[in-house]
Design a protein around this ligand. Structure first.
Ligand SMILES: C[S@@+](CC[C@H](N)C(=O)[O-])C[C@H]1O[C@@H](n2cnc3c(N)ncnc32)[C@H](O)[C@@H]1O
Length: 238
C-alpha cells in the first residue's frame, strides 16, 4: 500500500494534526480569498481532508465539491461539514473535462507520489477538469524555509507528549524529499514527500497546461519569496 493511502486514513492522523483545526480559521479565509474567483464559482477542494477549510470556501460563496482518497477523512467531513463529497485518487479524477472554475489544493498536498509522471499527472488532472481560464490554487511548503528549519532537527527523534506522538524527519540523500517517521498510538507511519524547488513547481505547472498568474509568499498575499514558509501559486488553466 502506498504511504498516503494508510497514513492519512488512521485515527492517529487526527491526533498528530489536531492543531490544524485551529489553524483553519486563519488559513481558510485567506486561501479562499487568494483563489480570487467570483461568488457561485464551482470549486473542487482537492484534497478536502476532513473539511476543515470547507466553511471558508462556502463563506466566499463558492459551490464546492470535496474529494479525497481517505474514507476516514470523508466520514469526518460528512459529519462535521456536510457537502457533496467524492472518494477519488488525484491520478484519475472522476470529473468531466472543463467542468469547474477552480481547484483548491491546500496544505502541501502535492508531491506525494514516488515518480515524476504521477506528480505531473496530478496537476494534469487538475488542468483537465478546469475550464480554460479556470484557477488552481496550489499551497505548498517553501523548500528553503524547510531546509533552514530542519538543520537543527534533521534525523533527531522529537517528542510531542501533548499530542501523543514522536517524530523524526530527514531529507533523502538526493535532497529532493523529506521522510517523516512518526510513532503514535502504537503504530508507525512514514510520510515521503517531494519538496520541489520554485523552478520545478513552475516547470511542472507549465507542462500540465497552466500559466502562473501570481505567486504568494504568505497567507496575507505578500509576494512570493524564496525564504517564505509557504509558496502559494495561483495558476491559470491555458
Ligand atoms: C495534508 S492533508 C490536506 C487536506 C486539506 N487540504 C487540508 O488542508 O486540511 C492531505 C490529504 O490528501 C489526501 N490524499 C493523499 N493522497 C491522495 C491521493 N492520491 N488522492 C486523493 N487524496 C489524497 C489525504 O487523504 C489527506 O486528506
Amino acid at each position: 500500500m502506498e504511504w498516503f493511502a494508510r497514513d492519512f486514513d488512521h485515527p492517529a492522523y487526527f491526533s498528530i494534526y489536531a492543531d490544524k483545526a485551529a489553524d483553519a480559521a486563519l488559513e481558510g479565509p485567506a486561501l479562499a480569498a487568494l483563489l480570487d474567483l467570483p461568488r457561485r464559482s464551482r470549486v473542487l477542494d482537492l484534497p478536502c481532508g476532513w473539511g476543515r477549510l470547507h466553511p471558508y470556501l462556502r463563506g466566499q460563496g463558492f459551490e464546492t465539491i470535496g474529494g479525497d482518497l481517505s474514507p476516514m477523512n470523508l466520514v469526518k467531513h460528512r459529519a462535521c461539514h456536510p457537502a457533496p463529497l467524492v472518494r477519488l485518487d488525484f491520478r484519475a479524477l472522476p470529473f468531466r473535462p472543463s467542468c469547474v472554475d477552480g481547484v483548491f489544493c491546500a496544505y502541501t498536498s502535492w508531491g506525494y507520489f514516488a515518480t515524476e509522471p504521477e506528480n505531473l499527472g496530478q496537476l494534469a488532472e487538475f488542468a483537465r477538469v478546469l475550464r480554460p481560464g479556470g484557477v488552481l490554487l496550489l499551497d505548498l511548503a517553501g523548500r528553503s524555509f524547510l531546509q533552514a528549519a530542519m538543520t537543527e532537527v534533521d534525523g533527531i527523534w522529537l517528542d510531542f507528549p501533548e499530542d501523543g506522538y514522536q517524530e523524526r524527519a530527514h531529507w533523502t540523500p538526493d535532497g529532493r524529499r523529506i521522510l517523516t517517521e512518526r510513532t503514535c498510538q502504537g503504530a508507525s507511519f512514514c510520510h515521503d514527500i517531494w519538496i520541489p524547488t520554485d523552478a520545478e513547481v513552475r516547470a511542472f505547472l507549465a507542462r500540465a497546461g497552466f500559466e502562473v498568474g501570481r505567486a504568494f509568499g504568505g497567507l496575507d498575499g505578500r509576494p512570493w519569496e524564496e525564504a517564505a514558509e509557504r509558496w502559494i501559486y495561483r495558476a491559470i488553466k491555458r
